[in-house]
Write a protein that binds this ligand. Sequence first.
Ligand code: NCD
Length: 314
Amino acid sequence: MEAMTKKSDPSKHVLSVDDLSDSVVSDIFARAAEFKEKGFSSSSIYSRSPGNEPVVALAFFEPSTRTKLSFDTAAQRIGAKTIGFDNPESTSSAKGEQLSDTLRVIEKYADAIVVRRKAHDTVDIIREHVTVPVISAGVGSQEHPTQGLLDVFTIQERRSLDSISHVCSYGDLINSRTMFSQVRLMLRMAKPGITFSFVADKTMQISQDFKDELEAKGATVVTTNKLGDVISDLDILHVIRPQKERWEGLELDVYSPVGDRELSKMKSDAILLHALPRTGELDPATDADPRSAIWDQVENGLYIRAALLERVLS
Ligand code: NCD
């Protein structure tokens, strides 16, 4: 009979793309591509006997559609079981329980935990208190590592990363955890000297600290409030929705949407990305353009999360 071993390895936490080395990212991409091509039955946990399947807990303190459902499906497809919640009001956190206690409870029942939460102390609390592997499903406006992974995986399905020299993020940049993960990972994986353009109103523009971080690692950074300044040179255009739930009373300007008119100015082999949900900043008519990869991103989230879960559960 297989042993019901409990995994207790905090070094397996994935709370930032920088928790994964380049070789681990390559392994995850290769495994995700294999799952995509051949299905999930080669998973190392696929044929565990009933009762011996690992358990993945989904602890979603913030709303989610794609991320939660793809983690849930991925876990089940590779042979794990899932437990969890997506309404913290139905848990003891509504009674005032501290996150550290909630997670210490969950780790008694689960072999890995997927957490989405708004507060920025979440990562430190996890690193200090939790021993089973925790995967971030997005923390506040900090990082969303699996979205970064699936974005870069989607890009490299279409083009060699060496051919990408200009990546643009457009929209509510300061509040976008998806942008921080995608850009950090692209900078590591793309060729040296890559340019990142950040197009936003000054109220939503990236911080000097983030600009310094990227430049220190060799990137060229352009900041502007006009998409027209860069659009014809882009290899990647990542459109980001106004993250109004993080505006907290601020009245920021809503920006003009990207539609076919903007696409008509872009290179023929450019790639259009959006993490979804879209709320007016990306015209659905762009879905018909072959440069749009947004539904590939949705699908690839399943394979990337399956590959990552298999890794932390093995
Ligand atoms: C993103 C998120 O939650 O940060 N959504 C997602 O995971 N697909 C982006 C967003 O909500 O705008």
